[in-house]
Design a protein around this ligand. Sequence first.
Ligand SMILES: Cc1cc2nc3c(=O)[nH]c(=O)nc-3n(C[C@H](O)[C@H](O)[C@H](O)COP(=O)(O)OP(=O)(O)OC[C@H]3O[C@@H](n4cnc5c(N)ncnc54)[C@H](O)[C@@H]3O)c2cc1C
Length: 461
Amino acid sequence: MMLRTCRALRSQAGSPSGDWQPLNFDASAFHHKTTSELARAFLVLRLCAWPPLVTHGLALQAWSQRLLGSRVSGALLRASMYGQFVAGETAEEVRGCVRQLQGLGLRPLLAVPIEEEPDSAAKTGESWYEDNLSAMLRCVELSRGLTETPGPTGNSFMQMRVTALTSIRLCKELTSWIRRPGSSSELSPERLAEAMDSGRSLQVSCLNAEQNRHLQASLSRLHRVAQHARARHVRLLVDAEYTFINPALSLLVATLAVRWNSPREGGPWVWNTYQAYLQDTHERLRHDAEAAHRAGLAFGVKLVRGAYLEKERMVARLQGTKDPTQPDYEATGRSYSQCLELMLNHVSHHGPMCHLMVASHNEESVHQATRRMWELGIPLDGPVCFGQLLGMCDHVSLALGQAGYAVYKSIPYGSLEEVIPYLIRRAQENRSVLQGARREQMLLSQELWRRLLGRSPRVSS
Ligand SMILES: Cc1cc2nc3c(=O)[nH]c(=O)nc-3n(C[C@H](O)[C@H](O)[C@H](O)COP(=O)(O)OP(=O)(O)OC[C@H]3O[C@@H](n4cnc5c(N)ncnc54)[C@H](O)[C@@H]3O)c2cc1C
């Protein structure tokens, strides 16, 4: 049955007659999932779409621990949210989850679940960031070890959060300096890359002595992760965060790119993330793609819609500044579509020097990407791949994977205590996505009813 499903889905990637055929994102992709997996997915997505649960998630977790004890409350979480969205705690559990995904044609994109910088980080000097560095180096090793089905050119992928390795305060400081006219030569990626590579002391005039020391230590940590990732053939996908720090994050990514995306390294090893919900993203993406091409650097892009909409708008309101986000959902969709078009054209012209991850659960965006890849002659498993979160929109991931596209599931892992606060915060940031997962719930319930009534599966033709 599984084979029949795969064949039917695979035939939709592009028909032998030469026409592009849209993939079917329907319940047929769920046929090889167990009934308990489907029931858990249905229940968890239903619960996550209930706003009070997401808003008061941390308080509810603490309350259930007090009432039921940590063993029972932990078991409940493992059977629900943790089981749905997390690969496991130990390397063996992560491998087990990844083997299952690989059997379905999907690939891992590991994400170390590091919460936002605690207040204590400032007091403990560099130690919080050094601990995170160790976790990232372990993640590189784990990612390498998982590569049974390697990506294009035999590489693995992992996600990296720059604010796990450097303080938000420093990023804010750098951002306000970058935005000032005339700051470019002092904070150029080339100058920072030279200091990062040589380990020579760097003095930036907008920073005090302590901040300069922290910048130096941060550059050294970033360098060590990139160096290790390069040695182990793991591509680093750097997350985009808030507009009050993104320019600093992009500067640090550009610094790593000077060193690790040069033609002799055969990259791109360090990718940046572009958030289509920001009004200036299309222009920035065009500028950065052209600049990388002119500098002879490989260019890697994870294209997302953006996760921090509510906070971006709240900050703009509180500071009385212009809202940097698109005015509505449709405008974000148009911006995503334009960025996608720009990048696919760039990939088709600059091939192996330019890579793209279409990181979206949106069916229209995925259809657009597959159609344009077909029209531009971009291979299914080449420089363009797709990304979705573990436990979300499996009907889209499975249809893509079974049709032969490269699909990565972003996979957090770690202990219950480490991951649950991270998951709740991610759920709060992705509120609109969880509320929008109605179609997935409908497909899951369709498949559950089919099994309950003992009807035979419908395979799309
Ligand atoms: C592999 C992967 C990596 C990711 N990495 C990052 C990252 O580094 N940084 C980051 O910020 N996000 C990241 N995300 C999350 C991503 O930005 C989106 O939040 C998420 O994927 C939902 O968008 P969508 O395209 O999947 O789906 P949809 O459900 O079609 O879109 C929802 C999105 O539309 C936008 N939106 C919703 N309502 C409005 C409105 N009223 N006005 C304007 N826009 C609106 C928001 O961006 C919202 O997230 C990542 C997602 C994936 C799958």
